[in-house]
Design a binder for this molecule. Sequence first.
Ligand code: COA
Length: 465
Amino acid sequence: MPVGIDDLAIYVPKLYIDYKDFAEARGIDPQKLEYGIGIKKMALADANQDPACMAANACMRVMKKNDLNPQDIGRIYVATESALDESKAMNSFVIGMLEQVYGEDSLEHAGGIECKFACVSGSYALYDNANWIRAGENGDKSAIVIVSDIAKYDIGSAGEYTQGAGAVALLIKNNPRLLAFDEKVASTIIKNEYDFYRPFGKETPLVNGVYSNLLYLIQVRKALEAYKEKAIKQGYIKLKEGESITDHIDYINVHLPYRKMGEKALAYLLRHEWRHLPRWKDITTHLKLDEPIPKDPRGTIESLLADTEFMKADEKFRKEFMKTTYYREVFDKKMSSSLEASAIIGNLYTASMYMGLRSLVEFEFGKGFDLYNKRVGFGSYGSGCSAMVFSGVFQEGYKEIASKMNLDKEIGTRTKISINNYEKLHSNTKKFDEAFLSAENEFILVSIGGITADRAGFREYCYAS
Ligand code: COA
């Protein structure tokens, strides 16, 4: 019996920063943000919001829209890199919030943990929960995997224009309506790295941006290599002479710290997959450029970055390749729809790729394309670092889900915030009761730390109806 994503729901805070205001405040050309990064609006958590209440809001939405009772759910996992406690798991906060609505102890049977591995942990959580169902451990219950994060960088840093906030809740079950996972193909790569990390007590990450971009590409490519072998072995994909695996994957959905990173990842993967095929000769002839070769044939990330001449020539080649119809056709057909949400929401860390899936379904369906039986390949990456490549096939029931999707409606009426007010939120100087927006039909944070010392660190939430 196929297992996969039956439905999904999103929660995005209604406050946002406009890229033009941001560019003006930081003295950056707005074109760099719009085209160089691919951002127009960055969602921002209000003073009374945190990743746990965003997760609970997304979870309740997926439960409500599917008329699910707590008894229908066997597991709730939360994948995040915005942990609120060094020990207490985020799903426990989420359970506490949901039980305010569904009744005390109504979810006591729904086990789960908080998962951490930068932006990739949601993919591990999905894989583990799909296998829990495949093993028949679930009885008749479904699992919910929630990916929730606030992407927050230092003021004035290059990461500041890649911020965002939001959550996606994914309902995992047998015979899913939306997407069935391909079995025995998920492939992972892992390495001890310091491209992006957040030491204890630090609210914003330490980032080596250029290094993290290249590491993302290399690790996803390696995971794709492993995936390719498995997908061929399992018979999902049969390659004829001169064909690439990318010819057989209908949609490509990758981790999206920012929109442009998706475009660059596609270029990198296509170059890698096409380099040894007859079509490559046509491409380089068309470009009147040979693909640059690094001085050090080992091609390690350190040797590549040290080879500045190669890096410069390679950037030039990549940009020219991205202008060709060879690239554009694949981009338009297989990736473009998955990037729409990223441009108006921003970085969601763990939730980025799943917001990409949400975006892909809504916008492809909106363009009139039939997704039934189409295969989507996922390229998930988390700094530190690990990549996971896996795939799934859209099921017949997807139309029921896709036809009700409406990103604008689901986010709700959005409020643009001034850079001055954004900086107040960023510095955490606003109290919970000083939120910019009044909450309605959602969970909010009302206090941290009780009035007595024995309640230090307690986080209290309420459902604002
Ligand atoms: N108009 C249009 N585009 C412009 C421009 C302008 N005026 N000025 C610059 N750009 C383009 C650059 O050409 C570049 O495009 P390219 O990627 O196609 O080469 C792009 O804007 C980004 O500019 P660049 O100066 O190269 O990078 P940056 O210093 O702004 O840093 C990140 C970008 C992503 C490295 C930085 O935001 C970061 O560190 N983010 C956090 C880490 C991260 O997200 N890592 C991703 C992997 S997980």
